[in-house]
Design a protein around this ligand. Structure first.
Ligand code: RTP
Length: 156
């Protein structure tokens, strides 16, 4: 096992409506599971406009903001998750790939399955501060599970 410190870091990851509609949920969940990360919370829901707007509040001045909110609140659900483990925020971003799928590593989720920035399948928190905000926005404390996966002594 590696050094302690970032092992309890958590990231908010969301499979967007295109990922659910395209039936990629299992494949995406598997990437985090197989890497060794711990599933702390998972649920599917159609976000309200208020929730989507708050989630993307940093982007409210951008020209694509209204389209982005419409996409996330389309009526097809999203899958909201919290993943935990060593450096999961940074590594989650690598699993997800660059925002524009055309520039995403071919081994990443976006690089393997997406072609358009406006339909890029998945979100993952980009920093500790945004992860904390997003987990609090999407989940109640009681929805977050605390347990140790049996593989963790070998992985973390
Ligand atoms: P996310 O927050 O969804 O993980 O994406 P990100 O950090 O990689 O990218 P960000 O810049 O935060 O943009 C958030 C989402 O907005 C959509 N977007 N559309 N030019 C466009 O049409 C455009 N640019 C960004 C994408 O869905 C992006 O993931």
């Amino acid at each position: 096992a590696g050094e302690k410190g970032t092992a309890s870091e958590r990231s908010f990851v969301m499979i967007k409506p295109d990922g659910v509609s395209r039936q990629l949920v299992g494949k995406i969940v598997s990437r985090f599971e197989e890497r060794g990360y711990k599933l702390v919370a998972i649920k599917s829901l159609t976000p309200s406009p208020a929730l989507a707007k708050e989630h993307y509040s940093d982007l409210s001045a951008r020209p694509f903001y209204n389209g982005l909110v419409k996409y996330i609140t389309s009526g097809t659900p999203v899958v909201a998750m919290v993943w935990e483990g060593k450096d999961v925020i940074k590594q989650g971003r690598r699993i997800v790939g660059a925002t524009n799928p055309q520039e995403a590593d071919p081994g990443s989720v976006r690089g393997q399955y997406a072609v358009s920035v406006g339909r890029n399948l998945i979100h993952a928190s980009d920093a500790f501060e945004s992860a904390t905000k997003e987990i609090g926005l999407w989940f109640d404390e009681a929805e977050l599970s605390d347990y140790e996966p049996i593989a963790w002594p070998w992985v973390m």
